[in-house]
Design a protein around this ligand. Structure first.
Ligand SMILES: [Zn+2]
Length: 331
């Protein structure tokens, strides 16, 4: 435990001396409904396709972070309707499919409420969540059930199926969030990143630095998330990548490297960069999983599964039609 605290302090010092935080936003709870709309240039110009009116329109509100993770408050004025639809019907669908199991477990309320998962047809299994209570229907076919209970039903190993997705498009959704929130003077360095984001080519070679992910036991409040952008200080003493996106919602924490060829030139040297993981406040004692997040794959993933073990404080079982579990916490 002492090592953990010392590691955390060393990591905090590392990030403080190497990075500044040009953007930060936290949606803490549903009590504060005030929208923050990041203002664009006048006349409006789209940050992503570099077009203005009348070539494109700016009628719809553009979520700076997807609504699916619970964003109700953070918008940008400089994403045109064409690009909004381009992202919404493209990369954000991949992000949605990839993130769905953890959004269900973390109780994220999207446009259609907390997602549910089901399979096996009419008599199949189903997992839903209402507040802090999970409802699980075991279904008739024990073979395709995505959860295995312990004998007393208090511990469940969940192996939740994901709909097909392309990993690099999930990564592009994180990059799109970062480009959406960064101030103009930072965006000026990210032209190549914007071109890569908007391009058809899914180029895994563009990704040079690792990203990280954490899963914690306790969900943040249903409507909350936090996003922070880190960029390297001009006087940074260590050799570090230029930019990271930090995103926290539900039971997940992400540290995603945002490629910036114009500022990452010092990373070209053939020596691996050593980075301590970002010291998320409060995560150490609550950790279920920590590891590298590799989203550089360009192949469509089918049959991918997310595995999480959950321990339930109280369980109610209804036979024979369905079994239920309540008051859960990841283990
Ligand atoms: Zn546009």
């Amino acid at each position: 435990m002492i090592t953990e605290i010392e590691d955390g302090m060393a990591a905090r010092a590392f990030y403080l001396r190497n990075y500044r935080v040009p953007f930060t936003f936290e949606q803490i709870d549903s009590a504060n409904q005030e929208k923050r709309i990041l203002p664009g240039p006048k006349p409006l110009r789209c940050r992503f396709c570099d077009r203005g009116e009348p070539a494109v329109t700016f009628r719809d509100v553009a979520h700076a972070v997807p609504e699916s993770i619970g964003n109700r408050r953070l918008f940008s004025a400089y994403e045109c309707d064409t690009c909004n639809r381009f992202f919404g019907s493209g990369i954000e669908n991949h992000f949605g499919n990839w993130s769905k199991p953890h959004r269900l477990l973390g109780g994220r309320i999207g446009k259609k409420g907390i997602p549910t998962l089901k399979g096996g047809g009419q008599t199949g299994w189903r997992i839903g969540r209402k507040g802090n209570r999970f409802e699980m229907v075991a279904g008739e076919n024990a073979d395709d059930r995505p959860f295995t209970p312990s004998e007393d039903h208090h511990v469940l190993v969940l192996t939740l199926p994901r709909d097909p997705y392309v990993p690099i498009n999930v990564l592009k959704t994180f990059v799109k969030m970062a480009l959406s929130v960064m101030p103009d003077d930072e965006f000026a360095h990210f032209g190549e990143t914007r071109d890569w984001l908007m391009g058809e080519a899914t180029d895994g070679e563009f990704i040079r630095n690792p990203s990280g992910e954490w899963v914690v036991a306790t969900s943040t409040l249903a409507d909350s998330f936090a996003i922070h952008l880190l960029t390297r200080r001009p006087d940074a003493p260590d050799r570090v990548p230029y930019s990271f996106l930090l995103l926290s919602y539900g039971i997940q924490r992400f540290q995603v490297n945002i490629p910036c060829p114009a500022r990452d030139e010092m990373c070209e040297v053939d020596v691996p960069i050593e980075l301590p993981p970002f010291p998320w406040p409060g995560a150490a004692g609550d950790l279920v999983h920590a590891g590298e997040l590799d989203l550089s794959g360009c192949e469509r993933m089918t049959g991918d599964k997310a595995q999480v073990t959950y321990r339930f404080e109280t369980v109610e079982i209804t036979e024979p039609v369905q079994s239920r579990a309540a008051g859960g916490q990841a283990d």
